[in-house]
Design a binder for this molecule. Structure first.
Ligand SMILES: Cc1cc2nc3c(=O)[nH]c(=O)nc-3n(C[C@H](O)[C@H](O)[C@H](O)COP(=O)(O)O)c2cc1C
Length: 184
């Protein structure tokens, strides 16, 4: 189905409106065939389906990481914690050596799992759909682990980072710490 265009909607207006939608932040990582780790920060991560378990994220066509993640065919979603702002900034700089000084270990599918992430979700890339100037990358979840119960999520709202008030993050932590599953 062709994507309709509405010239009356400017990119700046759309960006301003969408900036009011508060999200968490994730770093999508993959390991290239030659062993090089690759990664990019995204706020476009979302769950799609529980049965079968599917997630998605939307990489810009300008991203240099995306073609490399696509070629790897599998990736990990690292859900960032509130104390990982610096790490997030590093993974948002196009073309930078993002893994310099970033502790990580390979997951079951080889994709880098970043130390300190709240949770990691390993996926097979099942599809890359047309999303205008972005792609819609669909991933089938193969494994997931909740790692931390001592921190809340890193938030992004109106172009700034934030965190949940202490009481509500404690509540979500206790819910998250109960869940830890691997390899369906
Ligand atoms: C909080 C935050 C969220 C971001 N979300 C996305 C996103 O969903 N999709 C995207 O393509 N870029 C997103 N970016 C920008 C990319 O992280 C950045 O452009 C990317 O690292 C490009 O680098 P590369 O050329 O090395 O891939 C986001 C950046 C920040 C700081």
């Amino acid at each position: 189905m062709p994507i309709p265009t509405h010239p009356s909607t400017s990119s700046d207006e759309l960006k301003s409106a969408l900036a009011g939608f508060c999200t968490g932040v994730a770093v999508i990582t993959a390991l290239e065939a030659d062993g090089n780790p690759v990664g990019m920060a995204v706020q476009s991560f979302s769950s799609v389906s529980l049965d079968p378990p599917l997630i998605c994220f939307c990489p810009a066509h300008t991203s240099t990481s995306w073609p490399r993640i696509k070629a790897a065919g599998r990736f990990a979603v690292n859900v960032l914690a509130e104390d990982q702002q610096d790490l997030c900034r590093r993974f948002a700089v196009p073309g930078a050596d993002k893994f310099a000084g970033t502790p990580w270990r390979p997951g079951g599918n080889g994709a880098p799992l970043l130390e300190g992430a709240l949770a990691t979700i390993e996926c097979e890339l099942t599809d890359a759909l047309d999303g205008g100037d972005h792609a819609i990358a669909l991933g089938a979840v193969t494994s997931m682990t909740a790692h931390r119960s001592d921190a809340g999520p890193l938030l992004f709202f109106r172009r700034s980072y934030g965190r949940l008030p202490r009481s509500s993050s404690s509540m979500s932590e206790s819910m998250a710490s109960a869940r830890s599953r691997s390899e369906a």
